[in-house]
Structure formats: structure tokens, C-alpha cells
Design a protein around this ligand. Structure first.
Ligand code: PEP
Length: 246
């Protein structure tokens, strides 16, 4: 019912030379049975769209402004991402929440802007190590889910990425039981709010996913794919993750 999704977040990495990695990825997955999304820096969206041509690879931004246009130097509107060739945008990544002080309300406003521009919002949430060790994981992700996901969310326009902050870029991953517990919790919380539509919303796991642990993580119930940082930069790493999802 839910199409599995392998999403890559290049963060602030990559130049035009990195497009050779995209070419290698496309060659390795000519007709993928899962959805593949790459979110490069905004500077590469147009060029990546040209490289992919008719291939079903999807391209996303890593952030957007909540407003449609105006005096916001350095920011990018959702419609501008769409204009450059994006169909998705990540909002609420923990690096944005931490480094740019984004609140759940900011994230919800950005997700609404994404929806308004016809983009799929990949809404990120996750607990810090302190929150997990304090036994507050479900309380924290429940609050983030309620407040970061706007009312108009559907399985078509929204993907949720559970990314424990302490697992991002650290090589640490939660146990299968911990991932499963959070995903089951998120699904039931979405069901309570959105009813039957919740069954269509993809739930990705993110945080140190790599070729060696992908298959195990993808076997956990309610994990519909992954949001991958470091291991999405090289086709040689991302490709086996995609294969593990297929
Ligand atoms: C991320 O930044 O979304 C992420 C999951 O990073 P990494 O895979 O490098 O932990």
C-alpha cells in the first residue's frame, strides 16, 4: 500500500563534480521498484534534474521558507525549489532545528508552504540523547508530530522521518525494538488524528543508515524506507541501501 522510499540528504556537500555519483546511481537502478529521492544543496537541483532526464529519480530541497516570497536574503521559497526541478523538500531536520532555532510551529509553517507549492514535505523529528535517557522519547516525538505536521497532511503530500538526533552522523543506531516502538507510536498517533489517511503516510527511519545495517532496519514493521545522510553521497554506498529496500 505504501511505496517504499530511499531518500538521500546531501546536506552542505557536493558540487557539479558530484553529479557523476548521480549518473552512477541512475546506471545502477534503471527501473527501480522503490522510490528514490536525492536532496542535494539547492545549487545542484537544476543540474541534477537535467542529469536525471526521464529517470524516476526524484529531487528535493533541504529546507524552504514559510513565506512565498519577499525580503528574506539567503532563503528559498518552496515554489522556487519546484521551479528548479524539486518535487520534495525536507523540513524540520534536526540540524535546522538546532542550528537555526526552528520550532515545531516554524516547521509546520514550512510544511504548509511546501504543500502550497505542490511539494511533498519530508518532515523530520526525533529525540536528543538526553531526552531518550530521560525516558521522554515518545512524549517528545509525539509533541513534534502533533505540532510539526499541518492539518492538510496526506499520504500524497507528506512523509515523516524519525531521526533520533543522537544517531545522526554518529554511527550509533537505536535497537530494532526502539525504532519499531517509535514507528508504531507515530503510526497510531497519526491514525488518531488523520484516520484512515494515516495508513498512507510513509514513515522513514534516519540516523547512521549504511549498507551494513539497512536490510535489518528495513525489516522492522512500519519502517517504509530511510532518510540517509553520509551514505547517500556516494553511489557505491547508497546503491546497496536502495537494493536492501527493493
Ligand atoms: C540525516 O542527516 O538526515 C542523517 C540521517 O544523516 P546520517 O545518515 O549521516 O546519520
Amino acid at each position: 500500500m505504501r511505496r517504499r522510499l530511499a531518500a538521500g540528504n546531501w546536506k552542505m556537500n557536493g558540487t557539479a563534480a558530484s553529479l557523476s555519483e548521480v549518473e552512477a546511481l541512475l546506471d545502477a537502478h534503471v527501473s527501480p521498484s522503490v522510490e528514490i529521492l536525492l536532496c542535494p544543496p539547492a545549487t545542484l537541483i537544476s543540474a541534477m534534474a537535467a542529469v536525471k532526464g526521464q529517470h524516476p529519480l526524484m529531487i528535493g530541497g533541504q529546507d524552504c521558507h514559510a513565506e512565498a516570497k519577499g525580503a528574506h536574503t539567503g532563503d528559498i521559497a518552496a515554489a522556487q525549489l519546484a521551479d528548479a526541478g524539486a518535487t520534495h523538500v525536507i523540513v524540520g531536520h534536526s540540524e535546522r532545528r538546532t542550528n537555526h532555532g526552528e520550532t515545531d510551529e516554524t516547521v509546520a509553517a514550512k510544511a504548509r508552504a511546501a504543500h502550497g507549492a505542490g511539494l511533498v514535505a519530508v518532515i523530520c523529528l526525533g529525540e536528543t540523547l538526553e531526552e531518550r535517557e530521560g525516558g521522554r522519547t515518545l512524549e517528545v516525538v509525539g509533541r513534534q508530530l502533533d505540532a510539526s505536521v499541518p492539518d492538510g497532511a496526506t499520504g500524497q503530500n507528506t512523509v515523516i522521518a524519525y531521526e533520533p538526533v543522537w544517531a545522526i552522523g554518529t554511527g550509533l543506531t537505536p535497537t530494532n525494538g526502539q525504532i519499531g516502538e517509535v514507528h508504531e507510536f507515530l503510526r497510531s498517533r497519526l491514525s488518531a488524528r488523520f484516520g484512515a489517511e494515516a495508513a498512507h503516510v510513509r514513515l522513514l527511519y534516519g540516523g547512521s543508515v549504511k549498507p551494513s545495517n539497512a536490510a535489518e532496519i528495513f525489516g522492522i514493521p512500519d519502517v517504509d524506507g530511510a532518510l540517509v545522510g553520509g551514505a547517500s553521497l556516494k553511489a557505491a554506498d547508497f546503491s546497496p541501501i536502495i537494493e536492501a529496500l527493493e
